[in-house]
Design a protein around this ligand. Sequence first.
Ligand code: AMP
Ligand code: MG
Length: 519
Amino acid sequence: MISLNNIFSESNANDSESNNFTRQVSNACYSFCEPVKPCSPLLLSYSKEVADKLNIDTSNGLSQQWQAILSGSKIAEGSKPFAMRYAGHQFGNWAGQLGDGRAINLGNIVHNGQSLELQLKGAGPTPYSRAGDGFAVLRSSIREYLCSEAMHHLGIPTTRALSLMTTGDWVMRDMFYDGHPEKEPGAIVCRVAPSFIRFGNFQIHAAYQELDILKQLADFTIENYFSHLLEQDINKDTYLAWFKEVCESTADMIVHWQRAGFVHGVMNTDNMSIHGLTIDYGPYGFLDDFDPDWTPNTTDAEGKRYRYANQPFVAHWNLVKLAEAIYPLIEDAEPLEKILNQFPEYYESQWQLMMANKLGLDKVIEQDLKLFADLEQLLSMVETDMTIFYRELAKYKGQLDSVSGLLEDAYYSDSLPDDYLKIRNQWFLAYSQRLQQNTISHDKKVSLMNRTNPKYLLRNFLSQTAIDKAHTGDYSEIDKLLEIMRNPYDEQPEYDNYYKKRPEWARHKAGCSMLSCSS
Ligand code: AMP
Ligand code: MG
């Protein structure tokens, strides 16, 4: 029998209104509401690894019983579905109440001592749906499903995805926000994480002066997910230790993003997990050519707040907002500021270590900082594929005349300007000299680089190919990409044709280089 528990809803303040209609909710962390029954659900794909974590038997695939639960057709034993209430800063502006507008939490499963929460995204309206319909379309669900798993296999902290289903219902979407809505297939992703608590969950209680509830939620979060910080009763120092840990796990996550060239696209405070997990895959993307100013989100095209190079700064800004939200628990700004002020230094040190790994260096020495900065400069001088560049770099053995051959496939243009080649030569000369001081063997260096620099990435154009096929009823590319992205650091020569830069047709195609929030 499938059975879930409800630790979040049983331990936190609930909404006294039980009818499901859009509204402003007060004095509550969540509202009970049930998924809409889909007309003809179909399982497209599931993640075996996530099923294993939940102790779900998949020896004969995902059971009918599970499929019914994951499509919202049936409520599991013990489950009391609910939507969370949270607020947030969107693009730097306070947006007030947001909440789970189309995510419905089913409850938790405990297995091997770990408690994991299951959440259906796209299962229908909730009190927090505002102007939305509560549903999700197939294209965005494929992207969330695949990227959740791809990020995990890249070693990047993330919420996971158990399943991808279509509902059989149609959803209207104006994909380009140009007054041409179209019917698209509805879909549901079951997301899995220790919890889906975001910075915004704390912000809402602080904003509306619901301080008892704020404390209850913070204590719940610490007791359940940061219990190693508990010595005696929870006091101000516990909150500070917790905040410091959130700052560090957030910084660690961003370092991973920068390593792989991941750009989230919508780093609003409601999209920041308290666990330092990547959450809410919308108009995200991986850098093809290394462009620090790139943002995949069309809504962000003007201000470029969420561009690649700005992600660490936005994370810091978001942490300031979290600090403001939990301030009433501490009532002392100084220690919070102190922790916040440590963020840039902590981030920088972790970033440097990561860069050393990317270059196969044993440690960071002072001259490396120039080497890293010059490299980023070099990569952005001409359109250079970030992934191919770093992956091929592992093959470099110190011979300057081998560079052109090694990097042949990394460029988006056929001809490279002379001044660029000159600067490239200078950089490789400096890198060669640095390698001579490296204390690790060539083989160890290669293996370090190859487990830091992925060969396979879920590039937007690859997802788009799977989406285009899925819209014709062929879902095979979804599982194929899932399979390839399971081992992104392995050579997998049978999939060599997925190790390639963005083709020209994808340069300006919707869904490939730029995406809207419409999902
Ligand atoms: P996002 O940009 O996906 O992080 O969403 C921001 C807010 O809008 C969250 O409160 C979402 O739950 C809500 N939202 C996004 N899409 C929908 C939708 N189709 N229906 C209802 N709410 C939505
Ligand atoms: Mg969101």
